[in-house]
Design a protein around this ligand. Structure first.
Ligand code: AMP
Ligand code: ZN
Length: 467
């Protein structure tokens, strides 16, 4: 086993050696919850998910933290426009984010902290930075003093000029209050009608960058193994995270930095600002399957830009249909020969190995899917010729299991489908009860019981289990 990643910090492909053998502490920058995430955002989250799944599949114990940015300028602006308190406004988009993530087969991180629930940790970190001379107060706000951190720019190659000229849409506007135009806000004085937290720094709210440093260090310690996100976050966000964290602790913040390239539309980054985006819902409404969207996003290695087209999703759908059909036929096939022909067994074993090796190689999903195609061809030949043996079937199914564990692109097996059917019947029973159609409700309970599914009605709805 030799997992390798391209580390943005060293600009080279390196063997992955976590700080503690066998254990990975990983932080991924999460969504800003002021609207639906678009599928450009989800390209990055699907990449993080493949990374997460691959590490677990390779046997690492994983602690993965992803923050939810639930306070920032755009959130405040849009919550006000919607006439809602911040919490109520963001709650809705957090819910939608998880719904979309679930539909895309994205596993939940172990911890998903909200910025607004970690203000004391941020204030403490800013206090630490102030005491060591890395931060200063000015006119009610607190800024990070870039001059105090000589290594600033190590990650992005020193694009300092960009911090002044607005490389990010989130560069603070109030630059005249800073000692140096490069400095960035850690704590922002709130305007009278803006949400504010009381603090020794004065009433205000945190800057965006400090959130991630505070929450990453709270859950993962002062030094972590992997920090990841989209490539647009490298500067200034990740650069600032390094400056704040290392400025306060004097220790290296993250050992490996991984950045996903953008999802593009006609060569331009998909973004809310450009208006050239689709949400997952847009695509589902057009009749595309969430799994096809996932496939289209994951099929191109994460360090290559990916041009999004509807034709691309359609091609993914056709590809998945064939693949799922092969797996289904394999599952249902009765083995007809005692032993597989040597060459077929070898092909399967090689393809399985090639799949793992491609993923080890900085998550080369294109190569990994080429190995899946070899697997599929070998299985189809065996099925067509009626040369399927029990060991061949077992190995091939195990190989598809690997593919599913790591990439999550296949249809769930029958049992899981059945789960969805059970849920649907429970929902129908609930509706029948609400309509006082108790006969129908009872019939559904009996039907489920006949299939070995037992219901328990409680305060919070109906739970079920298999008998
Ligand atoms: P945001 O909600 O804007 O904070 O972004 C959430 C994540 O989506 C970040 O990791 C961004 O880098 C990433 N992201 C934003 N736009 C794109 C895009 N067009 N392609 C890939 N990732 C993106
Ligand atoms: Zn972040």
């Amino acid at each position: 086993m030799s997992v390798r990643f391209f580390n943005s910090l060293t600009r080279s492909r390196e063997p992955f050696l976590p700080l503690e053998p066998g254990r990975v502490r990983m932080y991924a920058c999460g969504p800003t919850v002021y609207n639906f995430a678009h599928i450009g955002n989800f390209r990055t989250f699907v990449f993080v998910d493949a990374l997460r799944r691959h590490l677990k599949w390779r046997g690492y114990e994983l602690l993965h933290v992803m923050n939810l940015t639930d306070v920032d300028d755009k959130i405040i602006r849009d919550a006000r426009a919607a006439g809602l308190p911040l919490r109520e406004f963001t709650e809705k988009y957090i819910r939608h984010f998880w719904e979309d993530a679930d539909a895309l087969g994205i596993e939940r991180p172990e911890v998903a902290p909200r910025a607004t629930e970690h203000i004391p940790e941020m204030i403490a970190l800013i206090g630490r930075l102030t005491r060591c001379g890395c931060a200063y107060h000015s006119d009610g706000s607190t800024y990070f003093r870039i001059a105090s951190f000589p290594r600033y720019g190590a990650l992005s190659g020193g694009k300092l000029a960009g911090n002044v000229a607005g490389a990010s849409e989130r560069v603070e506007a109030d630059e005249y209050e800073k000692d140096d135009a490069r400095d960035f806000a850690l704590w922002k004085r709130s305007q009278p009608d803006e949400p504010a937290w009381d603090s020794p720094l004065g009433p205000g709210r945190p800057g965006w960058h400090i959130e991630c440093s505070a929450m990453a260090m709270k859950y993962l310690g002062e030094s972590l193994d992997i920090h990841c996100g989209g490539v647009d976050l490298m500067f200034p966000h990740h650069e600032n995270e390094i400056a704040q964290s290392e400025g306060a602790t004097g220790k290296p913040f993250a050992k490996y930095w991984l950045h996903a390239e953008h999802l593009l539309v006609n060569g331009r980054k998909m973004s809310k600002r450009e208006g050239n985006y689709y949400t997952l819902r847009d695509l589902l409404e057009r009749g595309y399957a969430a799994r096809a969207v996932r496939y289209a996003l994951v099929a191109v290695p994460y360090r290559k830009p990916l041009n999004f087209t509807l034709e691309g999703v359609e091609a993914a759908e056709r590809r998945l249909k064939r693949l799922n059909e092969t797996v289904r036929r394999l599952r249902e096939a009765k083995s007809v020969v005692a032993e597989a022909a040597d060459d077929a067994a070898t092909t399967i074993a090689q393809a399985r190995k090639a799949f793992g090796a491609a993923m080890d190689d900085d998550l080369n999903t294109a190569e990994a899917l080429a190995a899946v195609a070899q697997l599929e061809t070998a299985v189809n030949i065996a099925l067509t010729r009626g040369e399927l043996s029990e060991p061949f079937k077992r190995t091939a199914l195990a190989a598809f299991d690997d593919v599913q564990t790591v990439l999550g692109i296949l249809d769930p097996p029958e049992e899981a489908l059945l789960d969805a059917a059970v849920e649907a019947l429970i929902a129908e029973r609930m509706a029948a009860r609400q309509a006082r159609n108790f006969a129908r409700a009872d019939a559904i309970r009996a039907q489920l019981a006949a299939q070995g599914v037992l219901l328990e009605d409680g305060k919070d709805g109906t739970r079920w289990r298999r008998a």
